[in-house]
Ligand binder design. Structure first.
Ligand code: HEC
Ligand code: HEC
Ligand code: HEC
Ligand code: HEC
Ligand code: HEC
Length: 359
């Protein structure tokens, strides 16, 4: 039926074409109409960002030096319990679901990228660079809510995972059944906030405030994204240090900004970084001597992220609350890797009081 009717309408159309071609010659052309208003060139909207300057390029090249871009953890950490911190897709999903786990594994995961932190290609103007997340963050481990300004974006991912089971100070022994027990590798925000440790009492009181939290408006971002050194540190590299000629350099620009530490030439401005490094190695040795810390996976000696609680054969084992708490405190301050810069007093109190309790 359909076919027949389309054949019919086709012949009808042909008929009209023949008919109109039989009319008389065309009259003279009328005067040209008024010029219309110029339309925007098709590429203008793109040129807001994709223009010939290096505004965007600089950020891209910096970012290509960031572990966010070079890291590979997202490939395996696309599971529901990992994806909200390790994959772009899981993170953006969590901002709408408000959940700490993804609804399903991410089939085609991408790591942290421009679109994780910025909207990109939404309104096609500079508002696309607005940050995707800025609200205060409620910690998974401990449940405290913190506010680091725009640094909340970083704290959303760079926070400890739930420590389970968590030893209570003076409490019962606990059974640990996986060597990966602890705060994961991402406790920077907890340390900056000064929470989450096994706060055993001792010679050093636990501080109630931290100048690197109260006096730095945007937390992580103020230091880690300070004026860049080339494309190697600061800015979108998020790096505090860089290598050149086989040597490591400290990006002290962030310390010297806003007259915080004018003229700073190194992170260890007053010997406190060295003090914390020494305390960390003392506690590490003590835990090794007591058979509580497994450093066998740290094959280079430089890979503190691969140190764990000692769990022979990865079989469930009982630990006194002090034993587990001491390991927890070590993992927190050592894996933070700021050596007290994120929070000197809290880091020192955890170290001194733990060493004291283990005497
Ligand atoms: C507000 C800034 C902005 C505007 C406006 C904008 N872009 Fe982009 N565009 C970006 C950013 C940022 C990226 C990601 C770069 C990266 O991943 O390194 C990007 C990436 C791209 C890419 C690479 C593929 C991709 O999607 O990641 C293409 C192609 C592209 N843009 C085309 C366009 C076109 C065409 C327009 C205009 C219709 C446009 N962009 C408008 C910022 C913008
Ligand atoms: C969506 C989660 C997420 C957000 C948001 C995020 N990060 Fe990360 N960050 C990660 C992950 C995951 C890695 C490690 C990637 C890997 O190893 O594969 C990482 C790596 C890093 C590293 C490198 C650490 C090292 O071991 O050298 C720094 C520094 C860092 N992030 C700082 C920041 C700062 C500052 C912000 C805020 C501007 C931020 N991150 C925002 C997830 C995030
Ligand atoms: C709360 C957010 C969060 C969750 C949940 C999370 N991670 Fe991570 N993870 C991070 C961050 C941030 C880093 C980067 C630490 C750094 O390099 O400073 C990281 C680092 C890692 C690393 C690299 C360690 C190394 O030695 O370089 C691995 C592997 C990893 N995570 C696997 C996982 C897996 C698997 C899961 C799920 C079972 C998971 N993560 C869940 C935030 C998270
Ligand atoms: C981990 C989060 C994160 C990622 C990934 C990220 N950015 Fe940013 N970006 C930020 C933050 C935070 C700021 C604000 C920095 C500040 O306040 O100084 C920013 C600022 C910017 C700005 C300046 C905006 C302005 O209004 O001046 C541009 C442009 C930009 N980012 C582009 C990019 C591009 C391109 C990528 C990918 C190659 C990218 N960003 C990846 C967090 C991120
Ligand atoms: C006062 C400035 C300052 C603030 C605020 C700050 N950091 Fe750092 N952070 C540092 C310095 C300095 C180091 C490096 C110490 C070293 O390598 O000797 C560091 C180390 C790190 C590391 C270890 C890997 C690396 O880059 O060396 C990560 C990851 C990290 N910070 C993330 C964060 C996150 C996330 C926040 C916010 C919750 C934050 N930092 C807040 C200064 C800061």
């Amino acid at each position: 039926m359909k076919r027949i009717s389309s054949i019919l309408s086709l012949s009808l159309a042909l008929f009209f074409v023949l008919l109109t071609s039989c009319t008389g010659p065309e009259g003279p052309a009328g005067p040209p109409g008024k010029d219309g208003k110029d339309g925007a060139p098709g590429t203008a909207v793109c040129g807001v960002c994709h223009e010939s300057s290096s505004f965007l390029l600089a950020k891209q090249l910096q970012f290509h030096n960031s572990l966010h871009f070079t890291g590979e953890a997202f490939a395996t950490a696309n599971r529901t319990t990992c994806a909200t911190c390790h994959t772009h897709e899981g993170f953006r999903e969590s901002l709408t679901t408000n959940l700490d786990t993804a609804l399903a594994p991410i089939p085609h995961p991408t790591g942290v990228n421009c679109r994780t932190c910025h909207n990109i290609h939404t309104k096609y103007d500079t508002t696309d660079y607005a940050l995707t997340y800025t609200a205060p963050v409620k910690f998974r481990h401990g449940g405290q809510t913190v506010d680091f300004g725009t640094g909340n974006l970083c704290a959303k991912c760079h926070q400890a995972r739930i420590v389970s089971p968590m030893p209570a100070v003076g409490g019962d022994s606990i059974t640990i059944s996986n060597f990966r027990w602890g705060p994961h590798y991402s406790m920077n925000a907890n340390i900056l906030a000064g929470v989450g440790g096994y706060e055993i009492q001792g010679p050093n009181p636990y501080p109630t405030s931290n100048p690197h939290k109260t006096q730095i408006k945007d937390g992580c971002i103020s230091c880690h994204m300070a004026r860049p050194y080339g494309t190697f540190a600061g800015g979108h590299t998020f790096k505090m240090t860089y290598e050149s000629g086989g040597q490591e350099f400290e990006h002290v620009v962030s310390c010297a900004q806003s007259n915080c530490h004018p003229g700073a030439t190194k992170f260890d401005i007053d010997g406190k970084v060295k003090e914390i490094k020494d305390l960390i190695s003392q506690l590490r040795q003590k835990l090794i001597d007591k058979g509580l810390l497994d450093v066998s996976r740290n094959t280079t000696g430089n890979d503190v992220l691969n140190e764990y609680i000692m769990l022979p054969g990865n079989k469930p084992k009982k630990f006194s609350s002090l034993e587990a708490g001491a390991v927890l405190n070590y993992l927190l301050v050592a894996k933070d890797r700021s050596y007290g810069i994120h929070n000197y007093k809290y880091t020192k109190a955890l170290l001194v009081n733990t060493l004291n309790a283990l005497q």
